[in-house]
Ligand binder design. Structure first.
Ligand SMILES: [Zn+2]
Length: 164
């Protein structure tokens, strides 16, 4: 699976924003490329009978995608098998940093990236069946999370924030 970070052109952000999103993109890049997670994704692909070559390209975009209604977008995919992943807005972390603590923010970023990639991969099979994709994505995400060491992390709250 080819996973890469791609910088965008023509986006103007302050230096602080730039640093934040650059760090964010690297965290996502490292998380998704981890052999354990790649192994897990391959297992999901086999279980769902999705040809692994269907996933052509996974692009980690550096800046958030904001829809017309003002909401952010976590990811999208197209029929060519290209998956784009977007970060959560910096404002979100400014709001939740105190409440969560640094450890959980980092856990949130990694979890959200994994959940989004699982979600988009499932779309390659269940195209526009959003309900089915959501249900399965949460199921697979929980299977993966259960096998991680997460005693000190607020797994329940983070998971709730990702899936609601
Ligand atoms: Zn979806």
């Amino acid at each position: 699976m080819n996973i890469a970070t791609r910088p965008e052109n023509g986006v103007k952000f302050s230096i602080n924003h730039f640093r934040f999103y650059r760090k964010y993109a690297f965290a996502v890049f490292n998380t998704l490329r981890k052999p354990l997670f790649q192994k897990f994704l391959n297992w999901v692909l086999r279980r769902e009978n999705i040809d692994e070559h269907k996933v052509k390209d996974v692009q980690i975009r550096m800046f958030p995608f904001i829809k017309e209604n003002g909401n952010g977008l976590a990811g999208k995919c197209n029929s060519k098998g290209e998956i784009l992943l977007y970060p959560k807005k910096l404002d979100f972390f400014r709001e939740h940093m105190k409440e969560f603590g640094k450890e959980n923010v980092s856990f949130f970023i990694r979890s959200r990236a994994r959940a989004t990639l699982i979600h988009e991969i499932l779309h390659l099979k269940y195209v526009s069946d959003e309900e089915k994709v959501r249900e399965l994505a949460e199921k697979y995400f929980n299977i993966f999370t259960k096998h991680q060491r997460t005693q000190d992390l607020d797994t329940h709250n983070v998971t709730k924030m990702i899936f609601t």
